[in-house]
Ligand binder design. Structure first.
Ligand code: NAP
Length: 491
């Protein structure tokens, strides 16, 4: 598919059931990272007063929404899912234009957001609590759930539809009103979720959407006294600072942050299969997944043969504008991320790692209009190097040799992160050992480190995550409070 001409549209905030300009009237542009001539839209540069209006609306809507039956709340999610499905091709194209991922990846992500709305719509009828026998006669003991009140949802640019969806849907079904602040680099995909809920006639004030920089909108939102809970996904540095700032208020906080995810390849593996898994995990979506594989830990006997296969396959990857048919890898999301990728490539070389392929910014023809970079593979990496310890968030794979399974486990666990991890092997005993001992919240076997499903809990361990899990039925736990009832039914 070739690029089309697009006219620039201005998108508002969504406050108290209306699409409105920011009070200052200032806006910012959302620019396609694969084609600088393509302005995807303009969005509101909001400030504290816009956050104030959103929080006021959310507080006013709390009581009625919390007292709406959960199955009725679910109907708004079902309806919004239907409306989004009707626009799937358009929404996929918009996501590719604002984030850069390929069109099939974008369509897959919007489909996932739709499924998340459907899944949590159904959770309206399944918000389980429990009753247990009492020690006392004629006494009932049981629990009920109550929503937190108003929650702040702060999301990153790399899954601009799925992440807002997997925060919005459980927050709403549990009876909370919300204020969503999307990433400034990709606000359109979540705007479309909000628009669908508006068209589904969700009551005014239940969802509010405010765009603007993290330093102004994000900061004002997380400081606002009306906020009873914060769900944040983004970088470890912003998540850490946010937690430090709100911890005195004892707010319920959920932080999903960075990763340094390993794939262990054992010597019994089918090498062709293993190479495909590594390439998928490390390079698809330009390595810009929190669950992307950035460390391949390979047993020595297969190391050389696997590296040859990896190089061959990586050199054949098609890099370009994600709207074009056959493209497998799009651009970095912006100049800052591209510079971070290139900087880590310089650091890795300086520290003694050997660049086997890629690592350059691409130029010429369509590449001059975007932030395109060749996927990079480094050998001779050891656990002390920054490339083995720090999240790059780009298409950069570090290869590390393991002498045996024990050594592979040691290397895999030698980082402060613990989001996802995978192993490629047919040896069931080793696979089970890996599952027991790997320090990661998401564990995959003979699959890439990335590629999760919405009906299961999502989250990491160590410094990757803090607080309760997202997605799956457990997501409701974060957005609701358990209250315990003791009732004597006779006097
Ligand atoms: P980021 O820079 O931390 O931003 C995340 C969100 O926080 C954005 O909406 C940002 O707004 C906002 N923000 C920035 N400063 C803030 C502040 N002082 N107070 C409140 N909010 C603030 O992260 P990103 O670059 O968008 O995303 C990439 C990172 O997300 C990577 O580290 C990746 O690993 C992580 N991630 C983790 C998961 C997971 O589930 N573990 C999933 C996806 C991504 P602006 O956009 O306006 O700056």
């Amino acid at each position: 598919m070739q690029l089309k001409e697009h006219k620039v549209t201005a998108f508002g905030n969504y406050i108290n059931g209306e699409f409105v300009e920011s009070k200052s009237g200032r806006t910012f542009q959302n620019i396609n990272p694969a084609n600088f001539d393509d302005i995807v839209g303009t969005f509101q540069s909001s400030k504290e007063e816009d956050v104030e209006a959103a929080c006021t609306a959310a507080v006013a809507a709390r009581y009625e929404w919390a007292n709406t039956p959960a199955t009725k709340r679910g109907e708004y999610l079902f309806k919004a899912a239907e409306l989004l499905s009707e626009k799937l091709p358009q929404l996929g194209e918009e996501m590719t234009r604002e984030e850069g991922k390929t069109l099939p990846e974008a369509i897959g992500e919007v489909t996932r957001a739709i499924n998340i709305f459907r899944y949590f719509g159904g959770e309206g009828a399944r918000q389980f609590t429990y009753q247990v026998p009492s020690e006392r006669p004629q006494v009932l003991c049981y629990t009920i759930r109550k929503p937190l009140g108003t929650v702040a949802l702060i999301t990153p640019w790399n899954f601009p539809s799925a992440i807002p969806a997997w925060k919005l849907a459980p927050a709403l079904i549990a009876g909370n009103t919300v204020v969503l602040k999307p990433a400034s680099l990709a606000p359109l995909s979540s705007f479309r979720l909000v628009e669908a809920l508006h068209e589904a006639k969700i009551p005014k004030g239940v969802i509010n959407y405010v765009t603007g920089s993290g330093g102004s909108v994000g900061d004002a939102l997380t400081s606002h006294p009306a906020i009873n809970g914060i769900s944040f996904t983004g970088s470890t540095s912003v998540g850490d600072a946010l937690y430090r700032k709100v911890s005195d208020r004892k707010l319920r906080v959920q932080l999903e942050m960075g990763g340094k995810n390993p794939t262990i390849v054992l010597k019994d593996s089918d090498l062709n299969y293993a190479a495909d898994i590594l390439i998928n995990g490390a390079f698809f979506s330009t390595g810009q997944k929190c669950t992307a594989c950035s460390r391949a830990i390979i047993e020595r006997p297969i190391y050389e043969s696997l590296v040859q296969l990896l190089l061959e396959k990586t050199r054949n990857l098609k890099i370009g504008n994600g709207l074009n048919t056959g493209v497998q890898i799009g651009p970095a999301v912006d100049s800052h991320q591209l510079e971070t990728d290139l900087e880590y490539i310089r650091i890795a070389k300086d520290e003694g790692a050997k660049l086997l392929c890629g690592g350059n910014r691409l130029s010429g023809k369509e590449y001059d209009k975007g932030y395109f970079i060749e996927p990079a593979i480094f050998s001779d990496v050891n656990t002390k190097m920054r490339i083995a310890q720090e999240e790059v968030f780009g298409p950069v794979l570090a290869l590390m040799i393991a002498e045996d399974f024990e050594n592979a486990m040691e290397i895999a666990n030698s980082v402060r992160f613990g989001l996802s991890a995978s192993i490629v092997s047919k040896d069931l005993t080793r696979v089970h050992e890996f599952i027991n001992r790997i320090e990661a919240g998401l564990i995959t076997v003979n699959l890439p480190t990335a590629g999760v499903e919405y009906q299961l809990p999502f989250g990491g361990t160590k410094e990757s995550s803090f607080g309760m899990r997202e997605q799956g039925p457990q997501a409701i736990d974060f957005y609701s409070e358990t209250r315990t009832v003791y009732m004597r039914y006779a006097q």
